[in-house]
Design a protein around this ligand. Structure first.
Ligand SMILES: C[S@@+](CC[C@H](N)C(=O)[O-])C[C@H]1O[C@@H](n2cnc3c(N)ncnc32)[C@H](O)[C@@H]1O
Length: 225
């Protein structure tokens, strides 16, 4: 059983925010589970592991790290990014305007403080288009979590995000020493190969996750420029 907290419709379909009987919030797109507020460790690691890698690569400038996040979701990656005092600016791109409105009106208290942080700016739109329009070498850390992974897309049009052309565009917007990281619910050998081809390196971080009684793994793919 779950209560509907908010519901919206866009040209891509329906987005729903539910409050489940266990107290957790759950986000669904077109009826398909996207995420909840219980298992957020890998969304948070997307931020913390990538910021660590960028620091190792000495991409962190004295005036702070600039982060671009594709996919706001329930805001846990953003919250973790902002927990790092080295972060100077975070630009979040979210395709569903209703979801941003729900955050702004306080419907997702778990991450409400992050939404109001003075370092954050939002764009409503497709992250592929926003990255396509960025000037070169303006982003230190690029975090993409817009699907359940390249083999389990939230929107079919996102398939291009995992291909070499778009990854090349990501490489161009990163500063030297910058890092791209992509979240996936499954291992993704084709994505790993494409990131390798574009960046010359790709580290896969495999994270064990317990979903109730079921044990599974989620995956982060990191490439450094
Ligand atoms: C899995 S959630 C992101 C979870 C987020 N990392 C967190 O910590 O809560 C995916 C989000 O990406 C958004 N999204 C999907 N495709 C997108 C695109 N092409 N551009 C921007 N946002 C997109 C969805 O609406 C959803 O809010």
């Amino acid at each position: 059983m779950a209560d509907r907290v908010a519901w919206g419709r866009s040209e891509r379909g329906e987005v729903t925010l539910l409050r489940r009987a266990d107290g957790a919030l759950e986000l669904r797109v077109n009826g398909v589970f996207v995420m909840d507020t219980v298992h957020t460790e890998t969304e948070r690691m997307l931020a913390s592991a990538t910021l660590r890698a960028a620091v190792r690569a000495a991409a962190v400038r004295t005036d702070g790290v600039r982060v671009l996040i594709g996919g706001l979701g329930l805001g846990f990656t953003l919250r973790e990014v902002l927990a790092d005092p080295r972060v100077r600016a975070a630009h979040v791109v979210e395709i569903e305007p209703d979801l941003l409105d729900w955050h702004r009106s306080g419907l997702i208290p778990e991450t409400a403080a992050a939404i109001q942080d003075h370092r954050v700016g939002f764009s409503v739109g497709d992250v592929a288009e926003v990255i396509g329009a960025q000037p070169p070498e303006g982003v230190d850390v690029l975090l993409l979590d817009v699907d359940n992974g390249p083999d389990f897309l939230v929107y079919e049009a996102n398939s291009a995000i995992y291909r070499a052309d778009f990854l090349t565009r990501c490489e161009k917007v990163l500063t030297p020493g910058g890092t791209l990281a992509i979240w996936s619910a499954d291992t993704a050998p084709q994505l790993s190969a494409a990131m390798h081809a574009v960046f010359g390196n790709c580290e896969e971080i495999t994270i064990p996750v317990a979903l109730g009684r079921k044990q599974t793994t989620y995956h982060l793919f990191l490439s450094g420029k």
